[in-house]
Design a protein around this ligand. Structure first.
Ligand code: SF4
Length: 375
């Protein structure tokens, strides 16, 4: 069992908060598609012949691709891997790309899950972020997707945006929960170095929300999701009727995945790999048979840290049995000793040997994870 992630590094324009690797130079698309097909063949042994259960087109903006380009990629994957008959194939898409025609054509390719980057229903904030769509378009696109036949739709939202009031955030959430969608990914804005938002924050032309405002927006998110029967199965991910993202759950459950395309990461239980984060260098290296990725072979401490980092974020939690059996008594004791203070502070709980974070703990999850690491 394994997953494949494809990083499509093109965007029509750059959003001012985004630090994913991308370029607006779409003239490289055709060369990139050729290189990507070669990479699929080059990397086919990384997953040791495992069945492919998920394929995820991420980016960047995969919805800039033409249908024949998507079909070419899927066809090479099908030739080179054993793809499961009920494979989950997801396409990340921006609302402005999803015309009725495009939706129909995507559906015909076998892609039956959409992850739509709505981000906000506040038109002023969408402009401030340099998004290309407005709230009306976002609502219409979901309606059209459902009419096309999509019944596994995820929406992305961002909270903690500069100037976002709690009332506006509640409106955004209510808008999403009224839609016929099954999944929500909601992330707090991060000011990444190198982005326009970061520069404006440093110059003082943009004001970040304070910590209390951020915490109350996170609490509203959790509360509204609960009221609408969306289960919080990971810190930032919510699903109705257990329609979890199979692909993302693979990351959190330590299942192997192969990342293809510039900046993509891979993991196979033995090593982690990451591709060069530059599309020109990527194409050039693949064309000339040169190396384009770096690799870290995981030692026992790395593997333990991976397990903690990924599992503690989820409802499946950290299992003391798994820890003892897979990593030994010493590391299990290290974990129990270090999680104790968070249990005492009601930031974590333990139930039948499974440790999970509480709502209070989720907001400081980075700090907790750092303290649980084995160095
Ligand atoms: S948020 Fe998405 S569309 Fe915007 S720049 Fe980043 S990858 Fe591109």
């Amino acid at each position: 069992m394994a997953g494949i992630y494809l990083h499509i590094p093109f965007c029509r324009q750059k959003c001012y908060y985004c630090d994913f690797y991308k370029t607006v130079n779409t003239s490289l698309t055709s060369k990139f598609i050729t290189a990507l097909q070669k990479e699929i063949i080059l990397q086919k042994n990384y997953l040791s012949n495992e069945n492919i259960e998920t394929i995820y087109f991420g980016g960047g903006t995969p919805s800039v691709l033409k249908i024949n380009e998507i079909n070419q990629i899927l066809s090479v994957i099908n030739q080179q891997f054993k793809v499961s008959t009920n494979v989950e194939i997801t396409l990340e898409a921006n609302p402005d790309d999803l015309s009725k025609d495009y939706l129909n054509q995507i559906y015909q390719t076998g892609i039956h899950r959409l992850s739509i980057g709505i981000q906000s229903f506040q038109d002023k904030l969408l402009k401030k972020m340099n998004r290309r769509h407005n709230s009306g378009q976002a609502l219409k696109v979901v309606e059209n997707a459902v009419k096309t036949g999509f019944n596994n739709i995820s929406v992305d939202l961002i909270y903690g945006l500069p100037g976002l009031t709690n009332q506006q955030w509640v409106n955004d959430l209510e808008n999403v929960f009224k839609l016929p969608v099954q999944h929500l990914s909601a992330y707090h804005l991060t000011y990444h170095k190198g982005t326009a938002f970061y520069t404006w924050l440093k110059k003082g032309s943009l004001k970040a929300l304070n910590e209390n405002e951020s915490i109350s927006q996170f609490k509203l998110l959790v509360q509204k999701a609960k009221e609408n029967d969306f289960e919080q199965y990971e810190i930032s991910n919510f699903a109705k009727d257990r329609m979890y993202s199979k692909h993302n759950s693979f990351y959190w459950m330590g299942i192997k995945y192969l990342g293809l395309g510039p900046s993509a990461h891979s993991y196979n239980g033995i090593s982690r790999r990451w591709n060069v984060a530059n599309v020109e260098s990527y194409i050039k290296a693949i064309d000339n048979g040169l190396n384009y990725w770096e690799e870290e072979i995981l030692n026992e401490a790395n593997k333990y840290n991976e397990y903690i980092l990924t599992r503690i974020r989820t409802i499946w939690g950290v299992s003391l049995n798994d820890l003892t059996n897979d990593f030994g008594v010493e590391k299990a004791e290290h974990f129990v000793k270090n999680i104790k203070k968070y249990i005492n502070n009601r930031m974590a709980i333990q139930n039948k040997g499974i440790y999970t974070l509480t709502e209070k703990g989720m907001f400081v999850s980075d700090e907790i994870m750092t303290n649980l690491m084995y160095i």
